[in-house]
Write a protein that binds this ligand. Sequence first.
Ligand code: AMP
Length: 472
Amino acid sequence: MTISGFTPKKRIILFGPPGAGKGTFTRVIKKFLPDIVHISTGDIFRENISKKTPLGVNAKSYIDKGQLVPDAITIALVEDRLKKEDVEQFGYILDGFPRTIEQARALSEITLPDMFLLMDPPTEILIQRIVGRYSCQRCGKIYNKYLLKPETEGVCDKCGSVLEIKQRADDTEEALKTRLDGYQKKSKAIIEYYEKQNVLKRVKKAFVLELTNDEVKELIDLLILNICVPIQVKSNDASEIEMLIKNVKKADPDYIEFRLDYIDDISNLTSGFLKKLVELSKDAGTKIIFTLRSLAEGGQMDISEQNKLKIIADAIVAGPDYIDVEMSSSDTLIREAVSLAIQNSVKVIFSYHDFNKTPSYDEARTIISEFEERLTQKLSIGAITTRDFPYKLIFTAQSFEDNLIPIRLCQVISEMRKNIISFCMGELGIFSRVSCVKYGSFFTFSSLGDKTAPGQISIYNMRDAHRILYKA
Ligand code: AMP
């Protein structure tokens, strides 16, 4: 079973004392997010030591004495690893870093985590987990003399050989106490640091051996409640837009959508200005979307397809993460935009809006399948190239039941590992606007200040709702 959607929020720091179960947690999380990059500083050091690299030789002198490797070395190493493309694409689980407040501060300069997961079981359990651990000498199966005994005492469940309790040399109670002391001294400041950033989550259950799949899934669910805040770009006044971006960033949305159709004068949308928007807003934690919404789809701009394509092309070249392209666009526009987007590593959001009603579920599926057919058959755009381009289908609720259609759509399409954003607009659509992310929607929209669509609620209300409903 894998989690649906390709790029949910997924910048995770695992934090906890030795024996907390970080390794186990990582193995389980990988079942749901197979591509997420696991970065364990301890593993990197051990690998370098065994290869006798200069880093390994240096680190060994500290590790052998049970000391921390100096911050300067460790920070540079983590920074280097986090800059690699797989991390950008799939996210990370940091394990064993940060271990000092200086490391935490340095990390904030490089990336902001979505979740700082504190695994802090009671000390008695830690001691039992580590001191009680032993394995079968023949097949390696792990047992615990307190927590996981073989079915028949003294006989291995797996290979049937006679079990002799032989433990790892460093799994003694005394050695563990020293390791725990070191952890306690440094951990308080780090935990407080992330608590202030509002990303601290505690694994509340003191799980005995390992979290069940359902428990891990529950934790991962908290990571996918993504919110996009639109900014109306009304003029090319750099200081005004800078203020707007700063304000929106304070609320820390996962996506910022620049609504370019609000511009006072179309000639202000120069490629230099579009680049400036990206420059001012881009960081590791926020993705940028450019949208030029036409009048027919509820936007502000009445322009020819030709002019629209010109702006969309400039917008793509400016380097956002996503460009919105309406499904109702001409073949030429779609073909050109997709090809340019691929060349520039920009993803396309194919959007569809209905400002009057919500179609039936079957009609909604048909909108997607007909568009997919148009892409592949008519426009000869390979399904693989557009695999992670999200579909965005936004309807208008006329009744409560209408909300169930986009939610079902999100469930079904995301299970097919295709990115989907779908909910209903209007006051009656707030139910799906809030809950779609829980059911596989790539993100939902919330406002900060001016609303760009009916039924939009503020990002703060949205977060409160998620917190209360989903314990986010
Ligand atoms: P671990 O496998 O995470 O327990 O790490 C093994 C050893 O590597 C630690 O005892 C430290 O000496 C060193 N180490 C790992 N991570 C860090 C870090 N973030 N800062 C300093 N030293 C580290």
